[in-house]
Design a protein around this ligand. Structure first.
Ligand code: ATP
Ligand code: MG
Length: 67
């Protein structure tokens, strides 16, 4: 496993964009830093089609314990 030197940019729950070339470890890095967060993968066609058709279904992706 290659150790990343990227600093974790979260402050006061602010959002951020993480840009980078394909396949350079963005997803793996986020999942390692935010292992308890909700992860919605819009590259998964089932998820994308579901939310594109009915965006209000986004709440279905939030565990009941958090809503
Ligand atoms: N720190 C790391 N050390 C070793 N392998 C890694 C590391 N980060 C990612 N990889 C490997 O590189 C591959 C791509 O990683 P990942 O899917 O996280 O990239 P990505 O930037 O999210 O790609 P995409 O732009 O396609 O979404 C995966 O096989 C992953 O296991
Ligand atoms: Mg990715």
């Amino acid at each position: 496993m290659i150790e990343r030197i990227l600093n974790f940019p979260f402050e006061n729950n602010k959002s951020f964009f993480l840009f980078g070339p394909r396949g350079t470890g963005k997803t793996l890095w986020l999942k390692s830093k935010l292992s308890s967060c909700i992860y919605i993968d819009l590259l998964h066609s089932g998820v994308f089609n579901d939310l594109e058709a009915r965006p209000e279904r986004l709440e279905n992706y939030i565990p009941k314990s958090l809503s």
